[in-house]
Design a protein around this ligand. Sequence first.
Ligand SMILES: [Zn+2]
Length: 326
Amino acid sequence: MDEYTIKSRVVGVEISNARTTYAIVDIRGNILAEETFDTSEYPNVDQFVSVLSEKIITLVEANGGYESIRSIGVSAPSASSSSGYIVNAANLPWKGVIPLAVMLQERIGLAVGLANDAHITALGEQAFGSAHGMRNFIVVSLGVGVGSCFFSEGREHLGNMGYGGEFGHTCVKDFGRQCGCGRQGCLETYVGAKGIVQTACELMEESDKPTLMRDIEKLTPRIISECCDKGDELAIEVYRRTGYRLGIGLANYASIVDPEAIILTGGISHAGKWLIDPTIESFEMHVFGNMAGKVKILASELDDRERDVLGASVLAWSVPEYSLFK
Ligand SMILES: [Zn+2]
């Protein structure tokens, strides 16, 4: 490579509690190479960062070389883009404060940008998905945790410390269910994965109605939505209650932000109409009257993993290029 080679590629990394995906992405958003491994295999964060760094370097060397890579963007739960730290992640194997951006930068020698997973998801939706061309929108991630990010006049709102958008930890019930964050009654305890399963268990205790769910040893939101597909009334009621609470949360959120659209992403959004229909019904019932009927509530049309790796690549382009001389 000559000294004027233009760095036309970045690396996008998505870290979740289950898996870590890393990919080389070109300037047009094409994924050129991608690999995945289990995050849970590395309970020690130093070991995790070393292995991730080695794997990224190996992938880069096999696909065009180090000189073509400009920077790295990383998505992780409970990450702050302003500090580059992961802080007290409830859903990751590593506890406390982890300066992940610096750790990766020291090992790989490229600029590293870090942002929380909901922010990255929103960047992906803005660049490649349902939010393309929108200036005011909310993206909500529904999975083990419930995160969000909103854009105002085309720019993401991250907040003073970079924690903005913690939608899952807004209180929806005084002295309600115990949350992993230490508080009670958080939205996440009702519409996150564990919360939905808890609602199913409560409903089965309350009711004598026959349901396919009773025969299943380990319920998940996906299995419950499959029961809905088979016409299981109690399973449909699980999502109706979930959508009702989510609709109230979204109505409060929208009443403050006044978005053009709310885009639902993440594994739980794949329940489709079983979740979306009651969510819209409750949203319209609770949102500020002038906004009723005017805010689009959409399910993401992108593949979650691909979108998040691409979103991380969008972040990578925005970080200043690394130089030993700066
Ligand atoms: Zn909480």
